[in-house]
Design a protein around this ligand. Structure first.
Ligand SMILES: Cc1cc2nc3c(=O)[nH]c(=O)nc-3n(C[C@H](O)[C@H](O)[C@H](O)COP(=O)(O)OP(=O)(O)OC[C@H]3O[C@@H](n4cnc5c(N)ncnc54)[C@H](O)[C@@H]3O)c2cc1C
Ligand SMILES: NC(=O)c1ccc[n+]([C@@H]2O[C@H](COP(=O)([O-])OP(=O)(O)OC[C@H]3O[C@@H](n4cnc5c(N)ncnc54)[C@H](O)[C@@H]3O)[C@@H](O)[C@H]2O)c1
Length: 650
């Protein structure tokens, strides 16, 4: 393990890694620390983003898309929390489409196809608007511990090893920790194609006593657009009226907020969508293609023992799909443009690490792709992660105060999951420095809450991906009501920059005005509330009534109105879910001591004691969701904790 000495460069927060988690953590920390902070000697708090190659910040390692089912809800939550991902996605989307539009509002998922080069550039540009951010080029190989807390990092740079002092450290290594890439029998060290792995940091974490594990993920081949016969394929256009992720994009009050004048918002404030829009296409695999794959399974790293670690069950490789769903005749494959600047096409649905010659036969077996040229072969990557029973739902590690982990390092998969954790890590890192209470989102409050709760109560057997089915209170966690759920709290924490804060305040007033109209206006002889529950009640008619009744354009704007309409239409179900949340509240607010040895709880089964000692849940609610803990175990823990409280009180 390399020992770094801490030298003069000193920061309030050090973020390691410029992926989706790291970018969001840096953005949130910068926003929180933008004001002059007295504890820092009268200056704004300083944030460092240390990353191996700053030119690769915000790179999309795999699919060029943001959002989708459940992931789109996370992006909307990021917007209500003043996040970066929604702004970058809106500025660089080349197709916007709300998935599940015909289904209920709880499961609708906004999604966009991104220009992946423009996306990474936009992330870098947005970060560049934060004056208190310093970008450092280098690989962090060592974590510095002083006084029992993480106090800095040792960075290998082109000039040698330097130490950086930091009040809090957020580690977001993605797929880079001891990354090993596989294409057929060929293996190569790397975190992503063309990029070196991060090596020393695994040893540093292990040396500090962290348990590490290994996971894998994969990506499909990219095809040359000019060699595909699109005319023979089904077209997948975007929505006629694209919906933005951020409420600040193309906002009717952009002028009032001065958005167009602000570096961070200029592009999306003027028009949305910003970039030219493109179609996607659908093709499919076939029985013949499946036979080719089956005949070559021995050459697939997953099946010949070359890779032993777990891959994603929910975004499986094509070889996995062919084995697991053996009776399926075909699988859909979406052909998606990766950029307006290049002719690369992403094959969504055939992630693979089969050898190149087999990939060619698979691709050429799909309709429209008979002559397709592969520009880049698919591959799988194995990497180290830190099983997340070692973090709290705040993202701070239990073992080393001041060290926060976010993104794929916690065993998740996906840009949105990474960004959600990154924002929370950036927020809590600053709150920890300031001695403020940590923020934990409830499962009923945000998908980010569901994600964190699942991470700290479940054993990670495969990369974790978000689904709407993971949320038990889906009707409360809609894409349309993210601002209603979260913006008020974010405003209170100082997480929102001026533009988001201005919109939040203005939106509160508009929402109140709209609800007043709802309570009093009538349409076709019935109350507006009752009328809009009709299946044929059109949103634009509701908008006209609300605009006329309130005299406020914002009250009738989709970003306010959609949540109002859904609240009204599903009122009965929503109230039922709220009652259920209330019923569970006692569990969720009963804190468990962090130093309790569960082996000493009398009557507790050994399996439950072992699981509880491993996960060390923060609340009785978390304890109830840990595998191996049943309701009677929970009763025993509850009695012990209450008795402990009584002893302390007497
Ligand atoms: C081959 C492949 C296929 C994938 N398939 C998909 C997919 O289909 N869909 C999907 O949603 N997700 C997929 N992923 C995962 C997706 O890329 C991640 O979930 C997401 O990017 C995670 O974000 P992150 O911020 O945690 O890490 P990353 O985006 O991986 O970023 C990590 C960053 O940290 C930097 N870094 C790492 N270690 C150090 C260090 N020690 N010092 C300094 N900097 C460091 C890296 O340079 C990089 O900038 C895939 C990834 C790969 C590589
Ligand atoms: N970590 C990994 O290894 C890994 C691998 C693959 C996928 N993933 C994740 O899963 C997602 C891809 O899986 P997915 O296909 O279920 O999610 P998605 O959001 O890309 O698509 C969801 C559904 O939307 C539809 N759809 C997909 N592409 C479309 C398009 N271009 N136009 C219109 N409709 C489209 C399809 O019905 C699809 O099943 C990625 O967004 C990624 O986050 C992770």
């Amino acid at each position: 393990m390399m020992m770094a000495t801490v030298d003069a460069a000193s920061f309030d927060v050090i973020v390691i890694g410029g992926g989706h988690a790291g970018a969001e953590a840096a953005w949130a920390s910068c926003n929180l620390l933008r004001e002059v902070w007295l504890d820092s000697g009268g200056r704004a708090g300083r944030v460092a983003l240390v990353t191996i190659d700053p030119g690769k910040t915000g790179v999309m390692s795999c699919n060029p898309a943001i959002g989708g089912l459940a992931k789109g809800q996370i992006v909307r939550e990021l917007d209500a929390l003043g996040g970066l991902m929604p702004l970058a996605a809106d500025a660089t989307g080349i197709q916007f489409r709300v998935l599940n539009r015909s289904k209920g509002p709880a499961v609708r998922g906004p999604r966009c196809q991104s220009d992946k080069y423009a996306y990474a550039r936009e992330v870098q540009r947005l970060l560049g608007t934060r004056e208190n951010l310093t970008v450092v080029t280098g690989a962090v190989e060592d974590l510095v511990v002083e006084g029992g807390r993480c106090a800095g990092v040792g960075v290998r740079t082109a000039e040698g090893v330097v130490g950086l002092r930091g009040g809090a450290v957020v580690l977001t290594t993605g797929t880079f920790m001891r990354g090993l890439m596989h294409t057929g029998e060929r293996t190569e060290e790397g975190g992503r194609v063309g990029e070196k792995p991060a090596v020393g940091i695994s040893a540093s974490l292990a040396g500090l006593g962290f348990e590490l594990a290994r996971l894998k993920t994969g990506t499909p081949p990219r095809l040359k657009a000019g060699t595909i016969d699109f005319a023979s394929l089904e077209r997948q256009p975007g929505d006629d009226e694209p919906e933005a992720f951020s409420d600040l994009s193309a906002h009717p009050l952009a002028g009032e907020f001065g958005l167009a004048d602000q570096a961070a918002y200029g592009r999306v404030a003027e028009r949305f969508p910003v970039l030219e829009q493109r179609d996607c296409w659908i093709t499919r695999t076939s029985r013949a293609v499946h036979n080719v794959i089956r005949a070559n399974l021995e050459r697939a790293p997953m099946y010949n023992g070359q890779i032993e670690t777990a891959g994603p069950r929910y975004c499986p490789s094509i070889e996995d799909k062919v084995v697991r769903f053996a009776d399926r005749e075909a699988h859909h494959v979406f052909l998606e443009p990766e950029s307006l600047e290049t002719d690369e096409i992403y094959c969504n649905g055939i992630s693979t690490s089969l050898p190149g010659d087999v990939q060619e036969r698979v691709v050429r077996g799909m309709p429209g792709c008979e002559r397709a040229e592969i520009l880049r072969y698919g591959y799988a990557v194995e990497y180290d992660m830190v099983p997340p029973h070692q973090i709290d739902a705040t993202t701070m590690t239990k073992r080393l105060p001041g060290l926060f982990l976010a993104g794929q390092i916690n065993g998740t998969s996906g840009y949105e999951e990474a960004a959600g954790q990154g924002l929370l890590a950036g927020l809590n890192a600053v709150r920890w420095l300031r001695g403020e209470d940590f923020v934990r989102f409830g499962r009923e409050e945000a998908y980010i809450g569901v994600l964190m709760d699942d991470l700290v109560t479940k054993i990670p057997r495969e990369p974790y991906r978000m689904f709407t089915s993971r949320a038990e209170h889906r009707l409360l966690l809609r894409a349309d009501n993210a601002w209603d759920r979260l913006a008020g709290r974010a405003h209170g924490w100082g997480l929102l920059d001026e533009a988001h804060s201005a919109l939040y305040r203005r939106r509160e007033a508009a929402s109140l005005a709209a609800r007043r109209v709802l309570a009093s206006a009538t349409v076709d002889g019935v109350g507006l509330g009752q009328w809009l529950r009709r299946p044929d009640a059109a949103e634009d008619r509701v908008a006209a009534v609300v605009a006329a009744g309130s005299g406020d354009a914002l009250a009738a704007h989709g970003s306010v109105l959609r949540s109002l309409i859904a609240d009204e239409r599903y009122r009965g179900y929503i109230e039922r879910q709220r009652r259920e949340v209330e019923r569970l509240r006692e569990h969720e607010t009963t804190a468990l001591p962090t130093d309790l040895d569960y082996a000493t709880v009398s009557g507790l089964r050994t399996e439950a004691a072992l699981a509880l000692n491993r996960f060390r849940p923060a609340t009785l609610g978390q304890a109830s969701r840990i595998e191996g803990v049943n309701p009677s175990d929970l009763m025993l823990v509850r009695v012990r904790v209450l008795r402990g409280d009584q002893r302390r009180a007497s």
